[in-house]
Write a protein that binds this ligand. Sequence first.
Ligand SMILES: [Mg+2]
Length: 211
Amino acid sequence: MYRLPLVAILDRVEATLEERRVELDGLDAALGDGDHGTNLARAIARLRREHGELAVMPLDEALREIARLLREEMGGDGGRIYAALLAGMAEAAPADGELDLPVAVRMLEAGIAAARQEGGLEIGRKTLLDVLQPVADALRRHQGEEDPEAVGAFLVAAAGHALHHTRDVPAGWGAAAALGETSIGHIDPGACSAALVVGAIIDAIVEQERR
Ligand SMILES: [Mg+2]
């Protein structure tokens, strides 16, 4: 059983998204209004400022509070979908906050289901779901493994492969859907931020495990 290092995760996610903020804005500029990286970095910086409170909350409450702050600070479709994802994960979080991989699978799948319901998302429409569903599938396949570093490597590989595939499909959701075929050739910014967040969370967990 395992307790998530929430503060270390928020630190790592913030550093990663700040580092890639300009790149994410650039991806969004090709398909939308060019602010995805800036919105996300601002929202995560707010979470970091409140990490002291978040760290002492039970996991389900912390996830709900993170969802609320993301919806408020990030705004737009991105904020709405990320908030639904985290609220869905909170619903499936264990009462004692102790995680193992099968529990993590159920939480991620519950979050994906909530995001799908909130936004009417379908896989293959060039959204963050195109990364998160393959990551959840990989987590389910490897939920019996012992070594977190090995599991993490499978998840990062799944995220990277899936992210590149968003280049090949036309946008089918949100404002970008109006671009139709002209959106082909561009990576989805939401899928990219989701892949970066997955990688940052895994880095933080693996680093804690090494100590
Ligand atoms: Mg935008």
